[in-house]
Ligand binder design. Structure first.
Ligand code: FES
Ligand code: FES
Length: 162
């Protein structure tokens, strides 16, 4: 067994797991965070996408031990108690998703993209979602939602420096 401590959605969580345990299984089975989904389990579908130290990661491909001491953000940490994340609001308003299976991974990939590139081109968005498979909605409404959030962020005045 290995003991792993991960800062998940801002809170330190610890578990002892067999060394072959993936980050996805650690999140789902030990921490009861079932937003990240187990789809293919081999890195093809993106349903398990979370952010580790600010980068999107297929959590089915990462060992729990590799996440030890790192910051992990899951879909459960995206909204606050008061309001949804702007990406969640935009996806809801545009009907960008039809199921809950691909959605969490797609939203985490979109967040990772906008964190790194607040003004992405359509191709940037398509590239960012290339590892996330959706079989029901198609990608046009997702791209429009992400573009809308990017534009809204760009429209906000830059914070004044002190
Ligand atoms: Fe991880 Fe499919 S479950 S990429
Ligand atoms: Fe993505 Fe259904 S909305 S697979």
């Amino acid at each position: 067994m290995v003991t792993v401590t991960v800062n998940v959605n801002g809170e330190p969580r610890t578990a002892s797991v067999p060394p072959e345990t993936t980050l996805l299984r650690l999140l789902r089975e030990q921490f009861n965070l079932t937003g990240a989904k187990l789809g293919c389990d081999v890195g093809d579908c993106g349903a398990c996408t979370v952010m580790v130290d600010g980068k999107s990661v297929n959590s089915c491909l990462m060992l729990a031990g590799q996440a030890d001491g790192r910051d992990v953000l899951t879909i459960e940490g995206l909204a606050t108690l008061e309001r949804l994340h702007p990406l969640q609001e935009a996806f809801e308003q545009l009907g960008s998703l039809q199921c809950g299976f691909c959605g969490p991974g797609i939203l985490m990939s979109a967040k990772a993209l906008l964190d790194e590139n607040p003004d992405p081109s359509e191709q940037d968005i398509r590239d960012a979602l290339a590892g996330n498979l959706c079989r029901c909605t198609g990608y046009i409404k997702m791209i429009e939602a992400i573009q809308g959030v990017a534009r809204a962020d760009g429209a906000r005045p830059a914070p004044k420096s002190a």
